[in-house]
Design a protein. Structure first.
Length: 224
């Protein structure tokens, strides 16, 4: 490996770690060997890079993190989503999010949060289960049976297909309510879900009645 030096030690060592991980995931011991760094130094810098989402760690292995992938790829849906999410936030007074499914999880890939007051914020990059929440229902709307352990039922998913929107109250987190709608591509397949979320005390027991049609309009703008 080419160990380029600039005289800025921390930066040089961090770059060596990223270059090493470009060759593939590895354990801490392997990272130490690849970078020729002391174990404590490699562990400390890798931890700092994880905090900045430049590196990820799972099951004892390090790999390049999501921020690098985000920097090198532009998701056209995300590029189109921000004006829609901002519009939903202004219309509903709720935080708005865009989710994609990734296996047994859903990932927030864009968000527009209310600036003040009570709110339910979901940071971009957050991974949430597919077993609770209106966005999970929306992403699974075309599925006959929900995943094992889901807080919702097959009847719930049938209702989402019929209405075009999903709702949840304190399903993912206490005191949080949300409304979501599936986003479909030209073939009709669900590719993402758009949501608004906020305090259940404000949105009530039937938040879909308040915001379901508005969220559906947002989903249609992002479809195709």
């Amino acid at each position: 490996m080419d160990h380029t030096t600039t005289g800025v030690g921390v930066l040089d060592k961090s770059a060596r770690i990223l270059a090493a991980l470009a060759d593939g995931p590895c354990s801490l011991a392997e990272l130490v060997a690849r970078c020729n760094l002391p174990r404590a130094t490699a562990h400390r810098l890798a931890g700092a890079l994880i905090a900045h989402r430049l590196v990820s760690s799972a099951d004892g292995a390090y790999e390049l993190g999501p921020w690098l992938r985000e920097l090198t790829s532009v998701d056209p849906l995300v590029a189109r989503a921000m004006p829609v999410l901002d519009g939903l936030r202004k219309q509903t007074g709720c935080s708005a999010q865009l989710f994609r499914r990734s296996g047994s999880e859903r990932i927030c890939i864009a968000a527009s949060d209310v600036p003040t007051g009570l709110r339910d914020t979901v940071p971009v990059g957050a991974r949430l289960p597919m077993t609770a929440g209106s966005a999970a229902q929306a992403l699974l709307a075309d599925t006959v049976e929900p995943p094992a352990g889901a807080a919702f039922t097959a009847s719930t998913l049938a209702g989402v297909r019929r209405r075009g929107w999903a709702q949840s109250v304190a399903e993912r987190a206490p005191g949080v309510a949300s409304v979501s709608a599936p986003i479909r591509d030209l073939s009709g397949a669900i590719v993402a879900a758009v949501s608004v979320s906020g305090p259940a005390a404000v949105l009530g027991r039937a938040p879909g009645r308040l915001h379901g049609p508005t969220v559906c309009r947002g989903a249609r703008r992002l479809g195709g």
